[in-house]
Write a protein that binds this ligand. Structure first.
Ligand code: ADP
Ligand code: TMP
Length: 238
């Protein structure tokens, strides 16, 4: 299989059509962005780390019967995925207060939450991805009641599976963002990526940030931190 026409170039990856209309060729990019792309830096080594990390995680989720778009990794920075109709929602689950949640609700960063908090953000760059609720999802015709239920159920299950996976490598899963898409037959399944770009990961012993906050907050070099996450995953799962 070969990449054909470029379908989409985003902040973290490029998507190409292939000979098979149901399969996309995804190329991860060596760049980091923050503030909805307003800040952007080249970052050698990031693409292969995220490609490997998300491939490994999506494979583990499949083993746990959590359906997702991942097909296979084809090179250091590339993978094949099922082409889906993306539901324009960023689904965030939070286990510990941090980031925008800590700021908006004045709940100190680091405070464990009594139960996982699920949030929806409308994926729309022009609107700056606003925080929305279920009624907004319906008014905007983004997803049906049934799809909202499926997305929530899957998100909570993914949270459980990921929390266990990271716990095993001495990392606390603080929060993460996922996206879902529809197959032609209407099945809703997990898409996009799960990487240190899209999760907050804190070292269990030291609370050190092992995620994109290193870049967002100018805490040091991002690549060695992502490498540490991959090393721990490889040690556990290879
Ligand atoms: P952004 O769009 O935020 O800049 P990316 O660079 O990660 O982010 O772009 C990847 C795009 O591909 C995202 O908009 C995402 O919704 C979309 N996408 C992810 N998985 C699939 C899939 N399986 N089918 C179609 N589109 C996908
Ligand atoms: P937040 O605290 O900034 O709202 O972020 C919550 C989680 O979602 C965090 O793990 C980072 C992730 N995230 C993304 O992956 N993409 C985004 O555009 C945003 C705003 C957050």
């Amino acid at each position: 299989m070969k990449p054909k026409s470029l379908l989409y170039e985003g902040k973290a990856k490029r998507l190409f059509e292939t000979d098979d209309p149901q399969i996309l060729w995804v190329e991860y990019l060596n760049q980091a962005t923050a503030l909805n792309g307003a800040r952007k830096d080249a970052m050698d080594g990031k693409a292969s780390l995220n490609n490997e990390i998300t491939a490994l995680i999506f494979e583990q989720l499949k083993r746990a019967n959590l359906q997702n778009h991942f097909i296979k990794k084809i090179s250091k920075c590339e993978q094949l995925v099922e082409k889906l109709e993306i539901i324009p929602l960023e689904v965030v689950i939070r286990n510990i207060s941090a980031g925008s949640f800590a700021k908006r609700l004045a709940i100190p960063e680091g405070k464990p939450l009594e139960f996982p908090v699920l949030e929806f953000y409308y994926k729309d760059d022009d609107l700056d991805d606003p925080f929305i609720n279920d009624d907004h999802v319906k008014i905007l015709n983004l997803a049906s009641n049934q799809e909202i239920e499926r997305i929530k159920n899957e998100a909570y299950k993914i949270n459980k599976a990921l929390s266990i996976l990271f716990e095993a490598i001495d990392i606390r899963l603080v929060d993460f963002k996922i996206e879902f898409g529809r197959r032609a037959d209407g099945t809703v399944l997990l898409a996009d990526e799960i990487t240190p770009d899209t999760c907050r990961l804190w070292d269990k012993q030291t609370d050190e940030h092992l995620d994109k906050d290193v870049y967002r907050r100018n805490l040091g070099d991002l690549v060695p931190v992502y490498q540490e996450v991959l090393n721990r995953l490889n040690k556990r799962f290879d």
